[in-house]
Each structure stands twice: as structure tokens, then as C-alpha cells.
Design a protein around this ligand. Structure first.
Ligand code: NAP
Length: 482
């Protein structure tokens, strides 16, 4: 494992100029795993310069060759999936099985965009003037800056790097401070797959604002792709305006899940438990408000409690563990505050509610899988993104009421509904103002499908046929025939 030399600039691994490093810890034990290079202004400038230098050659490279590099990276990632998953578990905390699923999802983006590279089609447009022809080209935007979070530390990187590389762009990536080692592992695969120097560069840092400012202020960087919180995303978007960069923003969410009384409440509870406690609730698509129609409330709640009671918290590498730690102390404080606030305002605590400290869990940041009933609009958890293992159940009475309440959020990423009524599934999925709707489906995501939100959940889409558009400019060529 690299120690200190985690910057990848112009095809070479290096340390920070002044040797500065920061520590990377295991959130399950607090143990230091490694140190990462703490890149700053000078290193970021060099990475931008390398990406700028590489752009002309890479953008002129044919699409089949770009696809080959991505396919080779895919093969390497698939071959080393277990090692990568073990590293992810150590650095991010999720159970091994979930880490392996993420690696497969991450590899899917490499395969998908390898093929999309070959489908960057243009078009021709008839002109009203006889001697004129119009053609429309789609060309790479130039140097891209990518900034990624810690919760999906491999797939959030391939979801950006693969379309950028496929489109013919070059990229400088700044991963989250908590998970630089996963980013290093992805870049090692890209290098081994033969990606030319400078096409993808990595700046690990504990100084996000300093590196971010450099990436944003540089006129050489033509696009910013960011996944993270709405708060940071808003600041970065405003700053990107000064150099008129393209931006795509994958931000926070506050997903509603609606369980109607015509659905099977036990099946819905299974779905709710699986998606709510996925990644310890640290997912942008995690259901934050679980609306349950009053007549199925008892059956749903009993089934959910039964499933929650069977979750096994612990370090993700331990056999049988199904739910890992939270990422840091701040995350623990936020979840604790939200639960206390809800209980003070009348919510009933049906399970969990506290930090877990028995059986050696005190060394990590574990919070008990929690279920709150009778949650309402007055509580923080009803509005703030939770990002923890807390299922908040909100009773409701009828369809129009629940649609209004589900839409009553500034966020608009994922939403879910359970119903067996075909008409209702169409009506409600059309009425929900979210970028993603799962109908009896808790996993409406795939590399082949567009992912993204509306409102304060962001701008643009990643994945699917739309994902590569974010890295392409449209050029019109008008030709007058002599
Ligand atoms: P965050 O605090 O916004 O951080 C995201 C990234 O931005 C990290 O790399 C962070 O670096 C960096 N950053 C922070 N301040 C910056 C600045 N001033 N300039 C440049 N970079 C800066 O979010 P997070 O806590 O890591 O991630 C959780 C959030 O991501 C949640 O809100 C979640 O919903 C959202 N998310 C969205 C999606 C989606 O697809 N919509 C997917 C996953 C997560 P440091 O790590 O060094 O602070």
C-alpha cells in the first residue's frame, strides 16, 4: 500500500512538495491505516497543467482506443474486486459484501462508457438554403475537475472518470479526505491499463477548499463534476460562474418512501429495511421519510422491527456483520441530535437510538439501527438529510395528501412507492418531483440508467446515455458549397 506518495500527476506517483501528509483511519476501529499525500496549490496547478497538456492528444485519439483502455481497466477491476472491496471495507467501513457490490457497480461504469465512447454521434440538419449544409459535432469539453465523496469511494470515481475519458477529456480528481486509498487503487488500475500520462490525475488532500479553489479558478478547467453535499455544491457552482465552467452537481437527498395500503406491508418493510440501512444509511438515495398508510401501519412496523432486530453491527470485515460504522464523530453527533430532537417533539423510539459501545464497538463510530414512529413536520429529521441508520415512519391517510407531503422538500433526488394499483403507480410516479422514482423497486439505479436529481439535489445526470453528454460540447459546422 502507498504511504505518502498518493498524488498521481502526469503519469507519476509522488508525495506533496513539502512532504506533508494526513492520516487515513479505519472508522470501525479508529486505527491509522496509512498516510496520504496532502496536496495543495502547487500540486493542483501541476495536475491541471498535465491534464491540459494531455488533452490535445487524448481528444484526438480514436474512440476505439479510448474504449480499449476503459475495457482493460474494467478487466483489472473485476480481477482484483476482492482486494479492492477489502480496502474499501477498511477505509470506509461498509461490510465486505456491500463493498464487493460497489466494486461491481463501479466496474459497470467502465464497461458502459467504454461502449458509449463509440456512440458519440453527431447529426446533419437540412438547410433552407440550397448551397448550404449543417452538421452538428459533439466534442470533448476539455480539462475536467472531479470532486467525490467518501460514501461510495470507488463508484463515484468511475462514474466521473469513465465518461470523461470516453469523451476524450482529461481530468483532475480530488477524492474525499476520508477515502483517498480507494481513489489511489482506481488510479493504479487506470495506469496499469495504459491510460497515457496526464489524462487522469489524482490530488489527495486534507485541504479541500484550497485545492477546490485552484480547480475552480483555473481558466484551463472547463468543467466541474461534483458529488457531495448541497451546501458545498452551491458554493462551488457559484464560484464556477466566474470562468463559465460547465457544472454537474450530484448533491444531497431527502427521499420519501410511500407505502400504500394496497401493497403487501411485509414486502414493503423488507424493501425499506434493505435500502434504509444500506451503507449504514449514508446514501444520497436513502429513504429519509417513510410514509405508511394508516391501515397497514401496524403490519409494516412489526415487519420492519423484525428485520432491524436481525441487523448485525460491527467491523465490516467480520463474518456475519450486516451494518458498519458511521464515517466520523460528526456523523454520530448529527444522527444523535436528530433522534433526540424527534423524541422530544413526540416521536416514539421503537428500536435503537444510541451509540453502540459494547463488544469493542466503542473504538469505532457505531450507531444502533433505529426506528422512530409518529415522525412529523416539526422534527429536524423530517427536513434534514439523515445520513445515518434511522428509519423515520410518518403515518398518512390518503394519496393526494401524501404526494403533497412527499414533495414538500427542497431536495429532489430519489423517491419510492409501494403499490399494487397500476393507475396509482403511474399517477404518483408522475406527480413526484424527483429525478428518480422506484415503484416497488428499491434499487432503481444502474450504469445504463441516468442518475441525478432536481431542485437542491443538483444539476445534470450521471450514467446512461445522458452521462457522457455532460462531457461534450455541441458544435455546429455550416458549409456553403462553392
Ligand atoms: P461534502 O462534505 O460536500 O464533500 C464532498 C467532497 O467535496 C469531498 O471530496 C470534500 O473534501 C469536498 N469539499 C468539501 N468542501 C470543499 C470545498 N470548499 N472546495 C472543494 N471541495 C470541497 O460531502 P460528503 O459529506 O463527503 O458526502 C456526503 C454528501 O454527498 C451527502 O449530502 C450525499 O447525499 C451526497 N451524495 C450525493 C450523491 C449523488 O449522486 N447525488 C452520491 C453520493 C453522495 P473533504 O472530504 O476533504 O472534505
Amino acid at each position: 500500500m502507498r504511504n505518502g506518495d498518493t498524488l498521481f500527476i502526469d503519469g507519476k506517483w509522488c508525495a506533496a512538495d513539502d512532504g506533508r501528509t494526513f492520516r487515513v483511519t479505519d472508522p470501525a476501529t479508529g486505527a491509522v491505516i496509512a498516510t496520504a499525500a496532502d496536496g495543495g496549490t502547487a500540486e493542483t496547478d501541476r495536475a491541471i497543467a498535465a491534464a491540459h497538456e494531455a488533452f490535445d492528444t487524448w481528444s484526438a485519439e480514436n474512440a476505439y482506443r479510448r474504449a480499449e483502455v476503459l475495457w482493460r481497466t474494467h478487466a483489472l477491476m473485476t480481477e482484483r474486486a476482492e482486494d479492492l472491496a477489502a480496502l474499501m471495507t477498511q477505509e470506509q467501513g461498509k461490510p465486505l459484501k456491500a463493498a464487493l457490490n460497489e466494486v461491481r457497480y463501479a466496474a459497470d461504469f467502465l464497461a458502459w462508457f467504454a461502449e458509449e465512447a463509440k456512440r458519440v454521434y453527431g447529426s446533419s440538419i437540412p438547410s433552407s438554403r440550397g448551397g448550404q449544409r449543417f452538421s452538428v459535432l459533439r466534442q470533448p469539453v476539455g480539462v475536467v475537475a472531479g470532486i467525490t465523496p467518501w460514501n461510495y469511494p470507488v463508484s463515484m470515481i468511475t462514474r466521473k472518470v469513465a465518461p470523461a475519458v470516453a469523451a476524450g477529456c482529461s481530468i483532475v480528481l480530488k477524492p474525499a479526505e476520508q477515502t483517498p486509498l480507494c481513489a489511489v487503487a482506481v488510479f493504479e488500475l487506470l495506469a496499469e491499463a495504459g491510460l497515457p500520462p496526464g489524462v487522469a490525475n489524482l490530488v489527495t488532500t486534507s485541504r479541500p477548499a484550497e485545492v477546490g479553489a485552484r480547480l475552480l479558478d483555473s481558466p484551463l478547467v472547463r468543467k466541474l463534476t461534483f458529488t457531495g453535499s448541497t451546501e458545498v455544491g452551491k458554493d462551488l457552482t457559484a464560484r464556477a460562474a466566474a470562468t463559465m465552467k460547465r457544472v454537474s452537481m450530484e448533491l444531497g437527498g431527502h427521499a420519501p418512501m410511500i407505502v400504500f395500503d394496497d401493497a403487501d406491508p411485509v414486502h414493503a418493510a423488507k424493501g425499506a429495511a434493505l435500502v434504509k440501512f444500506l451503507n449504514t444509511g449514508q446514501a444520497c438515495i436513502s429513504p429519509n421519510r417513510i410514509f405508511v398508510q394508516r391501515s397497514v401501519l401496524p403490519a409494516f412496523t412489526d415487519a420492519l422491527l423484525d428485520r432491524v432486530g436481525k441487523l448485525v453491527p460491527g467491523p465490516g470485515h467480520r463474518p456475519g456483520v450486516t451494518i458498519g460504522p458511521l464515517v466520523d464523530e460528526a456523523a454520530l453527533r448529527k444522527v444523535t441530535r436528530q433522534v433526540e430532537d424527534a423524541v422530544e417533539k413526540g416521536a416514539r423510539l421503537l428500536a435503537g437510538g444510541d451509540r453502540l459501545t459494547d463488544d469493542g464497538l466503542d473504538a469505532g463510530r457505531f450507531f444502533a439501527p433505529t426506528v422512530l414512529a409518529d415522525v412529523d413536520e416539526s422534527m429536524r429529521i423530517y427536513r434534514e438529510e439523515t445520513f445515518g441508520p434511522v428509519a423515520a415512519i410518518v403515518p398518512f391517510d390518503d394519496e393526494s395528501e401524501v404526494v403533497r407531503r412527499a414533495n414538500d422538500t427542497e431536495y429532489g433526488l430519489a423517491s419510492y412507492l409501494y403499490t399494487r394499483d397500476l393507475g396509482r403507480s403511474v399517477r404518483v410516479s408522475e406527480a413526484l418531483r424527483f429525478g428518480i422514482v422506484g415503484v416497488n423497486d428499491i434499487n432503481p439505479t444502474a450504469a445504463a440508467a441516468p442518475f441525478g436529481g432536481v431542485g437542491m439535489s443538483g444539476l445534470g445526470r450521471e450514467g446512461g446515455a445522458h452521462g457522457i453528454d455532460e462531457y461534450l460540447d455541441v458544435k455546429l459546422v455550416g458549409v456553403c458549397l462553392p
